[in-house]
Design a protein around this ligand. Structure first.
Ligand SMILES: [Zn+2]
Ligand SMILES: [Zn+2]
Length: 274
């Protein structure tokens, strides 16, 4: 199995997970045009996609979906609650976006549940609910040929379930949204938005992630990709330094060779393979 984060941040998230036989695009938060461009950049033609998986309705995860479906013909896996919310998301009196969205996914949708395992090609997906202010957001573990990759973005706190699912993974793509001080002093965000981000259904900070890395991480993952970095309340080098320092603070009994990679909003990461 191999994967690349095509782009990540509040401007759009998309992850591509592939085996020899199966290619799954997780979330379409970039514009359709940009998604197609980034697929080409990593050497994948859109016609090769076997499925699109949508984790939740927020526009930085599903905003490019409708237009992308004009070009890409594969099915879209999403939950019933997320479908409803996705269709309503851009609703206002002057547009007919809900109708367009409804039409676009009508015959393409495969309904999944956010806590029931499903399979796409030769990849087994094990989704699990995460606390976030979307109707039905989930993280997941993807398994194929003995390799285990976890992806968990957009969650406000580490629940027991999340900690459990992250054990024994070979690779983890995980949110490291903001530095708490940078967020609190950010002059652009309103107080309300800061409260939303900091809440237990908001987004994970560098410090939250560091706490998990030091005290809970089992050291199994050889690769951890930090994702969904805020462009206003985080710095890539700071996110990386915080995570790496946390890994060094782990008990010396649990030696780890984990490599930390940053994903960016503007360009795909290198392919990471197992
Ligand atoms: Zn997001
Ligand atoms: Zn979200």
């Amino acid at each position: 199995m191999r994967f690349t984060v095509l782009g990540s941040g509040s401007t759009g998230n998309s992850v591509l997970i592939c085996t020899e036989k199966t290619k799954v695009l997780v979330d379409v938060g970039l514009s359709a045009k940009e998604t197609l461009r980034r697929l080409a950049l990593v050497g994948v033609h859109f016609s090769e996609l076997d499925a699109i998986l949508v984790t939740h309705e927020h526009s930085d995860h599903a905003g490019g979906l409708r237009v992308l479906l004009n070009t890409v013909t594969c099915p879209v896996f999403l939950s019933g609650a997320t479908r409803e919310a996705y269709v309503r998301e851009k609703s206002n009196k002057t547009n007919n976006e809900p109708q367009k969205r409804s039409e676009a996914i009508k015959n393409r949708r495969v309904e999944i549940e956010s806590s029931r395992d499903f399979r796409i090609g030769d990849i087994d997906f094990e989704p699990f609910s995460v606390p976030h202010d979307a109707v039905d957001n989930f993280g997941f573990v993807a398994r194929s040929a003995g390799v285990k990759l976890a992806t968990v973005l957009d969650f406000g706190c580490f629940t027991t379930l999340i900690k459990e699912k992250l054990r024994g993974c070979d690779g983890i793509v995980i949110e490291s949204n903001h530095n708490c001080d940078m967020l609190k002093t950010c002059p652009i965000y309103s107080w309300d938005l800061k409260q939303r981000i900091l809440s237990r259904t908001g987004h994970i900070s560098n410090e939250d992630l560091a706490d998990w890395l030091t005290n809970e991480f089992d050291g199994a993952a050889r690769q951890i990709v930090l994702a969904h970095l805020s462009q206003r309340a985080n710095e890539p080098h700071l996110a990386r330094l915080t995570a790496q320092t946390a890994l060094h603070l782990r008990s010396p009994l649990f030696k780890t060779e984990t490599q930390v990679t940053i994903s960016y909003h503007g360009a795909p990461t290198d392919w990471i393979g197992f």
